[in-house]
Design a protein around this ligand. Structure first.
Ligand SMILES: Cc1cc2nc3c(=O)[nH]c(=O)nc-3n(C[C@H](O)[C@H](O)[C@H](O)COP(=O)(O)O)c2cc1C
Length: 211
């Protein structure tokens, strides 16, 4: 895959995750090494990773994830065009514990209590580039994942389970990692052309509906 293909074809993988084929530790190490080359504010490199392959730990994390996914949907009206996405999300929630490796991405520190855009951007913006680096590196090797956050309803419980000091460290994403089953590559759906999203020398289309 060339760089453009990798960047425009990488997406969330749920039903195509191979639940039966183990993921080699070396592949995880290689991809995490690439993750650790991401940029961060003042080069703090706050990311830390917890890799979970133990079946009992995965079972417990999967149960928290499933409850978190349900809580996320609770009481929300789902427009029909989002139904396939929700069904795919439900599939992952039902099978999270069967995915060969669960990578929990953490950030040293807690989100700033002063919820200014600047400080939040620095906190979360210093770890998500590493998440995306990791996902791209996986894809390049025929592995796949989905960036998930529904487990964060139970951040404390999962922290206790894995010995993560939740007063000092924040969990930001849970990445189920597996080889990809053969199958059609569903195209990445994004709003294009990008010219509609750009203002040259100033904001454009301020009346636009942003979901
Ligand atoms: C911050 C963030 C949180 C997300 N949380 C979840 C999640 O908890 N569960 C899930 O199945 N997908 C989650 N996703 C994946 C999105 O649903 C997905 O990226 C989006 O629908 C676009 O689909 P695609 O990646 O296949 O193109 C999350 C994505 C982001 C960026």
């Amino acid at each position: 895959m060339n760089g453009r293909e990798l960047l425009t074809a990488t997406r969330s993988y749920r039903r195509r995750l191979d639940l039966n084929r183990p993921v080699a530790r070396q592949d995880l190490l290689d991809c995490l090494e690439i993750a650790a080359y991401a940029p961060s504010g003042t080069n703090r490199q706050p990311w830390r990773f917890v890799v979970v392959t133990d079946p009992e730990l995965k079972r417990q994390i999967g149960a928290y994830y499933r409850k978190g996914f349900a809580a996320n949907l609770d009481g929300r009206a789902i427009p029909s065009e989002l139904r396939p996405d929700i069904n795919s999300g439900q599939y992952l929630a039902d099978h999270m514990h069967e995915v060969p490796a669960l990578v929990l991405v953490c950030s040293v520190g807690r989100p700033p209590e002063e919820l200014s855009a600047r400080r939040l951007a620095s906190f979360y913006g210093s770890v998500y580039p590493a998440v995306w680096n990791f996902m791209l590196a996986l894809r390049e090797r025929g592995l796949g994942s989905t960036l998930t956050t529904a487990h964060l309803f139970y951040e404390r419980e999962i922290g206790e389970l894995l010995g993560i000091p939740c007063d000092e460290v924040t969990q930001v994403a849970l990445l189920p990692v597996a080889h990809l089953l053969p199958g059609a590559e569903n195209p990445v759906r994004r709003r294009t052309p990008v010219t509609e999203l750009i203002g040259w020398d100033g904001w454009q289309r301020p009346d636009e509906d942003v979901r």
